[in-house]
Design a binder for this molecule. Sequence first.
Ligand code: AMP
Ligand code: ZN
Length: 134
Amino acid sequence: MDCIFCKIIEGELPCYKVYEDKRALAFLDINPVNKGHVLIVPKEHHRNFLDLPKDLLKDLTSLAQDLAQNIMDGVGATAFNLTANNGKEAGQQVEHFHWHVIPRFANDHLHHWPGKTFSDEEMKRFTMTIRKSI
Ligand code: AMP
Ligand code: ZN
């Protein structure tokens, strides 16, 4: 399988490793949004959030919680974003699930996503169609 993250996990490609355990590896993003931008990946290949076995998701999310403060402390950040892109249209480039931990700083010039406006009727419709699909 031609997966960059599997190759990093296998040691075939280098990385700036910050943490490793039995099930996960954490390393610096090669094209960081901010200093200290870390990716947390499972050692097993799973395409995205929806494909992850629940016990592995729990471990990875718990690990993200454990590492977030250390990552912030390590680069002097005061906040962080925890995010995962799922699917091409959401910006996922590497189809091996990963949490992004992105340290944030005052005045780091990263902006939040712009909001869109929908009518009350549309908002009610979205609510109904989502509720029906649950
Ligand atoms: P995503 O768009 O959520 O799939 O994120 C993939 C991330 O992996 C991007 O932020 C890339 O900069 C990062 N990336 C790609 N190749 C490498 C690599 N060899 N080592 C570290 N990070 C990488
Ligand atoms: Zn992989």
